[in-house]
Design a protein around this ligand. Structure first.
Ligand SMILES: [Zn+2]
Length: 333
């Protein structure tokens, strides 16, 4: 399978994150892509598609914020990474904010995702990697792997969070739609893809299906519940299949069958697969029990749809096992 990655995706390296109320070393670190690169071997560099595809999902002011936030944070006399700490949850109104502290809260939904010196370059090239993988699929490959890092499925059109800054899967999906494809997105990360869901929630032309940990017990808590089915023209084009903690392959497979059944009914001619390896039993922040040996079979079942598929990397934090888990999954295509 053709695999895509750009070395600039390694530059994003915040020092710490707020996790379960405590400051801990940043979990989504450059060791993750290094583990995957070591296991995959050959990758192709990303091509620069410019900002237009990013702007098809994210508004210009949000992109400008991402690009300048670290500089503005430093200019305000701060040290360390730019991190939000105040949010406009109550009586929100469209104020114009100049203060970086205010912008950080305006454009985020949590405190897990600081902006460091290399963040913009990394997220820009992570999105370009998704677009380069999409090029391969649009050109006729049955499947391609975009080694996106940072991941993307938690961030919405104008907010970051959950280690995510630009929604790589949504950017690829929207670009494919504009190329005339009928697109379904299947998200099999441990966590609900709340950002992707939000971006397409009122759209009937893109199907979003997600299998994930029950948000009553797991991040992102506020989204991913089974009664979220879409709105307006998107009513019925959103399917959430939450599973309890401890779910193993025997529990996962029926949910995958239901997900693929919905995808089949929708009849896409391109599938964007948000793949997270944090469903692995050894993942330090997750609670499913999939084993490495389960991954090729899951991938084969998805591939049996016969729909050209762009695999977009999302989470996975058992870093020593991550590369081999991803390689196992990709072997099923
Ligand atoms: Zn995840």
């Amino acid at each position: 399978m053709r695999c895509f990655f750009d070395p600039r995706q390694l530059e994003h390296a915040p020092a710490q994150e707020l996790h379960n109320g405590a400051w801990v070393p940043y979990g989504e670190h450059p060791g993750r892509p290094r583990s995957m690169l070591a296991a995959i071997g050959h990758v192709e560099p990303a091509h620069d598609h410019g900002r237009a595809p990013l702007l098809s999902v994210h508004p210009q002011p949000y992109l400008e914020f991402l690009e300048s936030a670290y500089r503005e944070w430093q200019a305000a006399g701060r040290t360390g990474d730019a991190s939000p700490y105040a949010w406009p949850v109550v009586r929100r109104r469209p104020l114009i904010h100049d203060r970086i502290d205010a912008k950080l809260g305006l454009y985020s939904f949590d405190a897990t995702s600081p902006i460091a010196a290399g963040t913009w370059d990394s997220v820009y090239w992570s999105a370009q990697t998704a677009l380069s993988g999409l090029d391969a699929v649009l050109a006729g490959e049955n499947a391609a792997f975009a080694l996106c890092r940072p991941p993307g499925h938690h961030c919405g059109a104008d907010y970051l969070g959950g280690y995510c800054y630009l929604n790589n899967a949504a950017i690829a999906a929207e670009t494919a739609v504009r190329a005339g494809r009928r697109v379904a997105i299947l998200d099999v990360d441990y966590h609900h893809g709340n950002g992707t869901q939000d971006i397409f929630y009122a759209r009937g032309d893109v199907l979003f299906v997600s299998i994930h940990a029950d948000p009553r017990t797991d991040y992102p808590y506020y989204w991913g519940h089974s009664d979220e089915t879409g709105e307006a023209e998107g009513e019925g084009a959103n399917l959430n299949l939450p599973l309890p903690r401890g779910a193993a392959a025997a529990d996962y497979l029926p949910a995958l069958e239901e997900a693929l059944g919905r995808v089949s009914v929708f009849g896409p001619d391109l599938l964007v697969l948000s793949f997270g390896a944090d469903t692995f039993s050894g993942d330090p922040i997750s609670h499913f029990r999939l084993e490495r040996g389960d991954y090729p079979g899951l991938a084969r079942r998805i591939a049996s749809l016969g729909v050209p598929t762009l695999v977009v990397m999302e989470g996975g934090y058992a870093v020593d096992a991550l590369g081999d888990n991803v390689a196992a999954f990709l072997s099923g295509f």
